[in-house]
Each structure stands twice: as structure tokens, then as C-alpha cells.
Ligand binder design. Structure first.
Ligand code: FES
Ligand SMILES: [Fe+2]
Length: 424
């Protein structure tokens, strides 16, 4: 549990809030690169309780502004995107990618130039990598922090398949869903059962169903921690799910050697809404971008892949008949992410963590909250940002699942060069 004060500290991320201030200092995924076409429709993007607009100019560069026009606040998502800039449809003022106001046609001709120079346009640093547009919304726009060049951000776009889910709850609930390894055997039991016998995940699913109470071990890392969830198997092996948590937003989901990888980010839209990015990638070659190949069926919209999830008013379409017939959750026909999202939403928009009663299986959750609280206290004290110091090698963060003969040591497994796995 958390006391109410700490719960508020960690969950409130709007303008002026301490956690909001700290989280804005990290690069965050804003939208898929493919969503922005040259001279195409600008995208409306909400992050940290504020509204923004992103667009791709004629020359291919991306601009990122506050949504409201600096003149009288009309939405720049409505703007014309032409001639390397956005032109507001209200009075025709135009802004280039760098945030400079370049035309103010409603002003007297002789003073337009000097007037335009004085128009303040709030714009932000962007970086495109890993088939995503990332934005830095922090204070130091002239000198943004180092970009977290995770392994997938170096891959060509045909090896990456990003998807964005949207959930009606606070970012920390979204993150905690990603951190909680203990639920897999229960919440996703039916999904896992369906996978036994399928492709290279079959052994994975069988291993996970074998025990619902894995033991957890950790290696502290400057970006967060590496976690081994260990399940002893009747076949004499230990099945280890070696996961990487890179605070404040990312969880790298273990995949068997040779399989597709998945990294998830929990990004605040505002206090009560969260973007859950599920970025599938294949370090070995091209990726099959169909959702089924990566994380189960979804709505088909990569910018809102759970748009057909329902909400509390229809109990998220839970199918009681399917439950009576043996399905664990009654959340059928869609991938695991729907089950994760629905239990998080069911807690309410901002769960009161002072009401919890935690058990041994919550060790990761407790650990993570402490790490985040330490980080915010440090940031409040002297402005030091955790998890992204020069010692962090973002590029060498990789999760893996692996079965080895009992008695082996998961800490010795190098995810980039695992020992050859014996056939099951
Ligand atoms: S409100 Fe945008 S130009 Fe006037
Ligand atoms: Fe899950």
C-alpha cells in the first residue's frame, strides 16, 4: 500500500505537479511516424494534461507545438499544412517547423515582419526513431537530454510494429499492470492455454501455466532493474522470464530466443487517461505486422488498438457464458492486453493505494513504487534525473525467456548471446 500523500505525489502529472515536472524531462513516444504524412493532416496529441499538435512539413521534418494558435487559440490541428509550415485557418498566420511565426497576413503590410518576429510559438524538441515520433516536453528545450536509444530505435521500420492502446486510468496503474508478472498465470490463463501447441510460444505457455507462484530475483540497474521470474518445471528445468524494467515508463517483455520482442510504455495523457504503447519488434529480420503475430487480435486501429474494448457501462463486454464454459476472464476474442487494460480500468481512474492489502507476489510493485518515490524525492531536492545517467547503455537492454537445467543461474544468461537452447 501507499499512503494517500505518496499516492498523490506519484499519480498527479498535470502542469505544475512535481511528478508532472519530472516526467516531462524524459523523451516520450508521441505518435507513430507513419501517422504523419508530408503536408498531411496534423495530429492532435494530448500528453501530461496538455494538448499539442504534431505535423510533418513539406520537407519531411516534424514540428510539435501547443495545440492552440498563439494568436487567439484556435486549434492548429485544423490548420493547413503547406509550404513547410502550418497555417492557422482562422486568420492565416503561419508557423514553420522550428516554431517561428513566418507570416501574419492580417497585420498592416509594413509591420508584418517585425510583428511576426515577436509572436511566441510554444514548440518542442522531437526525435524520430523506432517508427515513432518522440517528443521532449521538458524545461531545457535548447539542450534536451540524451535520447534513450533502445535497441528497437536503431532497427529499420519494417522490423518494428508500434501500436497504441488508450486506457481510462492513471499512468501508474498502466505501468503497474506491465510490472506485475504474477498475474500472467491467472488473468491470461485462457489465452495461454490457447497458445499451448502453437509455434515457438507453445513451450512458454506450458511453462507459465505450470506454476502460478514464481520466485522473483532482481539485479539492480541504473535504469531500473532486471528481474528473473523463475518457475521450476517437472521436466527438470527452470523456466526463467528475464524482464527489463527501464523507468519511468518502459517494461521489456521476455521473448524466447528467435522470437519477436515486445516493449511496452505507459505514457500519461492526463491524470485519468494513459497511452499504452505496445511496440513489437524483430531483431532477426522483418516483422509480420499483423497484431495476431505479436500480441493477439485487436481492433485493427494501430493508434487505438483497443477501441472496441467497451467500458464499465457494459462491463467491458465480459462474456459470462464463456466463463461458465471454462474461459477464465470472459474477455474473449482479443489479445492479453485487453485483459490487462480492463482490470486496470476496473480499479477506477486513480486507484487509492492506501486501501490495498499486498502479498508476496507484489514484491515487484512495492519495489517499483519505492524506486519512483526515491527518484521524485531526488528530483525535488536537487533536480537530478534518475534512470538516464551516462552509465546507462539503453542499447543493451533486452529481455529474454529461457529454460535451463535446474541448478543453473539465470543471472549468467546474456540475453544478447544466450547459450543454445535444448529442444524441449
Ligand atoms: S487564431 Fe490562429 S491566426 Fe488567428
Ligand atoms: Fe498481463
Amino acid at each position: 500500500m501507499l499512503n494517500r500523500e505518496d499516492n498523490e505525489l506519484l499519480t498527479r502529472i498535470g502542469p505544475g505537479m512535481p511528478m508532472g515536472g519530472m516526467l516531462r524531462e524524459y523523451w516520450v513516444p508521441a505518435c507513430r511516424s507513419a501517422k504523419l504524412e508530408r503536408d498531411g493532416a496534423p495530429a492532435r496529441i494530448r500528453l501530461f494534461g496538455e494538448n499539442f499538435v504534431a505535423f510533418r512539413a513539406t520537407d519531411g521534418r516534424v514540428g510539435f507545438f501547443n495545440e492552440g494558435c498563439p494568436h487567439r487559440c484556435a486549434s492548429l490541428a485544423l490548420a493547413r499544412n503547406e509550404g513547410n509550415g502550418l497555417r492557422c485557418i482562422f486568420h492565416g498566420w503561419k508557423f514553420d517547423v522550428s516554431g517561428k511565426c513566418v507570416e501574419t497576413p492580417t497585420e498592416p503590410e509594413d509591420r508584418r515582419g517585425t510583428f511576426a518576429d515577436r509572436v511566441p510559438v510554444k514548440h518542442y524538441a522531437v526525435h524520430e526513431a523506432g517508427a515513432l515520433v518522440w517528443v521532449y516536453l521538458g524545461k531545457n528545450q535548447a539542450n534536451p537530454p540524451r535520447f534513450p536509444d533502445y535497441e528497437f530505435t536503431k532497427l529499420p521500420e519494417d522490423q518494428i510494429a508500434p501500436r497504441r492502446g488508450v486506457i481510462h486510468c492513471n499512468w501508474l496503474q498502466g505501468l503497474e499492470a506491465l510490472l506485475d508478472s504474477a498475474h500472467v498465470t491467472f488473468l491470461h490463463a485462457s489465452g495461454l492455454g490457447g497458445r499451448v501447441g502453437q509455434d515457438f510460444y507453445k513451450q512458454e505457455a506450458a511453462y507459465m501455466l505450470e506454476t502460478g507462484a514464481p520466485t522473483f530475483e532482481f539485479i539492480q540497474q541504473p535504469y531500473g532493474f532486471r528481474e528473473g521470474a523463475l518457475r521450476d518445471q517437472p521436466d527438470g528445468k527452470t523456466y526463467a522470464r528475464i524482464r527489463e524494467v527501464a523507468f519511468p515508463f518502459a517494461s521489456f517483455i521476455p521473448a524466447p530466443p528467435g522470437g519477436y520482442s515486445l516493449v511496452c510504455f505507459s505514457i500519461p495523457i492526463d491524470d485519468e487517461w494513459t497511452a499504452q504503447w505496445y511496440v513489437g519488434f524483430n531483431v532477426h529480420g522483418k516483422i509480420d505486422p499483423r497484431p495476431r503475430a505479436i500480441m493477439g487480435r485487436d481492433s485493427g486501429d494501430p493508434d487505438f488498438f483497443n477501441s472496441d474494448m467497451g467500458d464499465v457501462s457494459n462491463m467491458w463486454h465480459q462474456d459470462r457464458k464463456a466463463m461458465a464454459d471454462g474461459h477464465w476472464t470472459g474477455i474473449t476474442g482479443r489479445g492479453n492486453a485487453y485483459e490487462d487494460f480492463i482490470v486496470q480500468e476496473s480499479m477506477g481512474p486513480i486507484v487509492d493505494r492506501s486501501q490495498e492489502f499486498l502479498g508476496t507476489c507484489d514484491v515487484v510493485i512495492v519495489r517499483s513504487r519505492k524506486i519512483l518515490l526515491d527518484a521524485i524525492h531526488q528530483y525535488q531536492k536537487d533536480g537530478t534525473l534518475s534512470f538516464c545517467g551516462p552509465e546507462v547503455n539503453f542499447n543493451r537492454i533486452r529481455a529474454i525467456s529461457y529454460a535451463y537445467p535446474k541448478g543453473g543461474d539465470w543471472k549468467k544468461i546474456d540475453p544478447f548471446n544466450p547459450p543454445v537452447q535444448q529442444a524441449a
